[in-house]
Design a protein around this ligand. Structure first.
Ligand code: PLP
Length: 237
């Protein structure tokens, strides 16, 4: 099988599996979206995914979003930033991205707001929350979430908050992984009750190639899948 047809076959299989898991979680098929994560992969792989109907792609580096949106100009791709973003790269995201899922601090929100106003654009945003105790994972402390959402509500009109995102702990125990996803859903439910003006929390981005089944069981509305679509990443190329 050629590499290209592998990508479309994997996407079709994943969509079928996602629909099965969605139904098993008591929700209608189609209520969980697939976000292909194309980080480290080139234009050919992305074009094959486009041929399978994909339009949004996740990337974890601002410069890759900038470069790929130029290379693929005209394909009407919506680029989604999912990686840690330094404030000095806010301009590229304000200019080229459709959405950010890794919004995790006030200084970044301020930098994006300033750049978005200069560009005359808005950006959909999910707030990344740290639901595990792993020191290496980025994301906002859950205890700071309410204050952060209130801040966004009154200070950053160009950021349209639509939900929350998390990465689960890297643990062979499914219960430990699932607890992270449950935590995000419960936090979302708590925050929703507060009714903070302008803050919509319908979306929960959680689940990757290795754990999306658990995430869907806990209420994920969007899974971010890289290696299960595009294959193993080689960071040396
Ligand atoms: C790389 C990445 C993914 C996809 O990971 P896979 O295990 O390849 O599916 C999802 N979310 C984030 C934030 C990532 O950086």
């Amino acid at each position: 099988m050629s590499k290209a047809s592998t990508i479309s076959t994997r996407i079709a299989a994943l969509r079928a599996r996602i629909d099965e898991l969605t139904l098993a979680s008591g929700r209608p098929a189609g209520s969980v979206t697939l976000l292909p994560v194309s980080k480290t992969f080139g234009v050919d792989a992305i074009q094959e995914a486009i041929a399978s109907g994909m339009r949004r792609f996740g990337e974890n580096k601002a410069q890759d979003i900038r470069d790929k949106s130029k290379e693929l100009a005209g394909s009407e791709i919506q680029w989604v930033m999912i990686g840690h973003l330094q404030t000095n790269k806010a301009r590229d995201i304000a200019r080229y991205a459709h959405e950010i899922q890794s919004l995790d601090r006030q200084s970044l929100a301020d930098a994006l707001e300033k750049r978005l106003q200069l560009e005359g654009r808005t950006l959909d945003a999910l707030v990344q929350v740290k639901t595990s105790n792993e020191p290496s994972k980025f994301g906002l402390d859950p205890l700071e979430l309410e204050d952060f959402l209130s801040y966004l509500s009154s200070h950053t009109p160009s950021l349209r908050v639509r939900g929350l995102m998390t990465m689960a702990v890297n643990d062979p125990q499914p219960d430990a992984v699932r607890a992270c996803f449950r935590r995000l859903r419960e936090l979302r439910d708590e925050m929703k009750k507060l009714g903070i003006p302008g803050i919509e929390l319908g979306r929960l981005s959680m689940g990757m190639s290795g754990d999306y089944d658990l995430a869907i069981a806990e209420g994920s509305t969007e899974v971010r899948i890289g290696s299960a679509i595009f294959g193993d990443r080689s960071y040396t190329k």
